[in-house]
Design a protein around this ligand. Structure first.
Ligand SMILES: [Zn+2]
Length: 415
C-alpha cells in the first residue's frame, strides 16, 4: 500500500560515539578502507558492527545508485533506469523547491549542492538501521538518504534536507543542541503533512495519553527512547511555537547555544505551559482524531525492525480525483495482483468504511489495524459493475540483507 506507507517519522538521530581514526576514513569517503578498519583494528569500537553495516550500505550505494539527475541545487542519485518518468520529474522539481523553501523559511544561505540518494522501497529495513550513522556522517556533506516510490516521500526528503542545510546553525554548540530542537526544526518545515496541524496532533496526544513532557524530551537520550511519532510531532509543534512567538533570530541563538533562560528568560516548564495554551486552540474534529490515531498505529510499525518486517500489505497504490478514489498501480506478486485487482478499479468501501476523495486514508487505516494473514473486505466498482472481494493481507516484502545487484526493474512511474 505505497500511498499510505509513507511519511513515516524520519529516524535520523546521531548516536553519541567518540571520534576514532575510522571516522576520518568515513568522512573522507574511503568506505572500503573504513570497512576494513572496522573489521580489524576498530572491531572493538562500541558500535563497530553497526558502522560496518552502514559502510556495507554505502559501498552498495556507490556501486548501484549510479544514475544522477540535477534540478537546480539538488542532485538525485538512483539506480539505473529509475530517474525517468512522471514521478521522477515531480520529485526532482519538488526537491529543488524544498531547497529554496528551506533557505527562505529559515533565512539561511546554504549555497552548496544537496545530494539525495533514492533507495528502492524494499530496502527500507536496511536503511533505517543505518540511519543513525547516515545522519552522523553524511549530513555534513549535504547528503540525504530517502526512499523512492511512495507518495509520502516528499515529507521525508524535506525533513532530511532541513537537517543537512541547518547544520551550520548549530556550528557553535559542539553537538550540544538537543534533539528536541534539531528534530523539531526539521518537522516544523512540514506544517501539516497529513492535513492535520502539528498542534492538533499534540492536542490529541493530551487526550489519548501519548503526550510526553518536554522535560523528558529535552534530554537527548530520553528523546531517542521515546515513542518516535509523539516525540517528533511535539518537537515540531514546540519549535514552531518558539519561532512564531519569539522570532527566528532568537531561535537561531538557542540552536547555537541551547540555554533557554539566556535566550528567552524562561524555564522549559514555563515555555511548555505557554506553548500548551496555544496548542489548546487547535481545531480537532473526529476526522482529525482518527487520522492522528491511524498515524500512531503506522508509527509503531516503524518503531522496530520486527514491526517493519511485519507490516500488513495489500500491494496496490491509489490515486484520487474530485469524484473517485481508484487503484493507480497493482504491484507484482502482491495480494492485490493475486486477487485480480486492476488499475482504474474504483474503491468504494473497505471493511464497511466508505472511501471518498479526501478520505482515501481510511484504506490505510483499515489495513494497518490488521496483521499479515488477516483479510479486509473491499467494495469495488469496475466499469460500472459492483464487485466485492476479500483481500488477505501479506507482510510487506522487505530485504533483510543488501540486494546482490541494482534492481533490474525500474520502479514504475506513478507510485
Ligand atoms: Zn530527523
Amino acid at each position: 500500500m505505497a500511498l499510505f506507507a509513507g511519511s513515516s517519522p524520519a529516524f535520523c538521530l546521531p548516536p553519541s560515539s567518540g571520534a576514532d581514526s575510522g571516522r576520518e576514513l568515513i568522512l573522507s569517503g574511503q568506505y572500503e578502507k573504513a570497512r576494513q578498519y572496522y573489521s580489524t583494528q576498530g572491531a572493538s569500537a562500541p558500535d563497530a558492527a553497526g558502522i560496518a553495516d552502514y559502510l556495507d550500505l554505502l559501498i552498495w550505494t556507490q556501486k548501484n545508485l549510479t544514475a544522477t539527475r540535477r534540478c537546480g541545487n539538488t542532485v538525485l542519485h538512483a539506480a539505473q533506469g529509475v530517474l525517468d518518468g512522471r514521478e521522477a520529474d515531480a520529485l526532482c522539481l519538488e526537491a529543488d523547491r524544498l531547497y529554496r523553501q528551506i533557505e527562505e523559511k529559515f533565512s539561511i544561505d546554504y549555497g552548496k549542492t544537496i545530494s539525495i540518494y533514492l533507495y528502492p522501497e524494499e530496502m527500507e529495513a536496511i536503511v533505517w538501521k543505518a540511519y543513525p550513522y547516515l545522519s552522523q556522517y553524511q549530513l555534513t556533506d549535504g547528503k540525504v538518504h530517502v526512499f523512492f516510490g511512495r507518495a509520502g516521500q516528499y515529507g521525508q526528503i524535506g525533513h532530511e534536507m532541513v537537517h543537512a542545510m541547518t547544520q551550520q546553525m548549530a556550528a557553535f554548540s559542539a553537538g550540544k543542541t538537543p534533539d528536541l530542537l534539531i528534530e523539531g526544526l526539521a518537522e516544523y518545515l512540514d506544517e501539516s503533512p497529513w492535513g492535520v496541524d502539528l498542534d492538533a496532533f499534540v492536542k490529541r496526544f493530551g487526550e489519548n495519553g501519548a503526550y510526553l513532557p518536554l522535560s523528558r524530551l529535552w534530554n537527548p537520550v530520553d528523546f531517542r527512547r521515546a515513542p518516535r511519532l509523539a516525540a517528533y510531532v511535539q518537537a515540531g509543534s514546540f519549535v514552531r511555537f518558539l519561532v512564531q512567538e519569539f522570532g527566528l533570530e532568537k531561535f537561531k541563538r538557542l540552536y547555537a547555544r541551547p540555554d533557554l533562560k539566556a535566550v528567552y528568560g524562561k524555564s522549559l516548564l514555563e515555555l511548555e505551559e505557554q506553548w500548551l495554551l496555544t496548542v489548546q486552540k487547535a481545531g480537532l474534529d473526529e476526522g482529525a482524531r482518527r487520522i492522528v490515531d491511524y498515524r500512531m498505529s503506522l508509527a509503531t510499525h516503524y518503531a522496530s525492525e520486527n514491526g517493519l518486517l511485519n507490516m500488513p500489505w495489500a500491494g496496490f497504490a491509489v490515486t484520487e480525483n474530485e469524484n473517485r478514489v481508484s487503484i493507480e498501480q497493482v504491484f507484482e506478486a502482491s495480494p492485490a495482483s493475486r486477487l485480480g485487482l486492476k488499475p482504474h478499479d474504483e474503491i468504494l468501501a473497505i471493511d464497511g468504511r466508505a472511501v471518498r476523495p479526501g478520505t482515501a486514508w481510511v484504506i490505510g487505516e483499515a489495513i494497518f489495524e490488521k496483521r499479515p494473514g488477516d483479510a479486509v473486505a473491499l467494495a469495488i466498482s469496475r466499469q460500472g459493475l459492483l464487485i466485492t472481494k476479500r483481500l488477505t493481507l501479506a507482510a510487506k516484502p522487505l530485504a533483510t540483507g543488501l540486494p546482490q545487484n541494482a534492481p533490474e526493474q525500474p520502479e514504475g512511474p506513478g507510485r
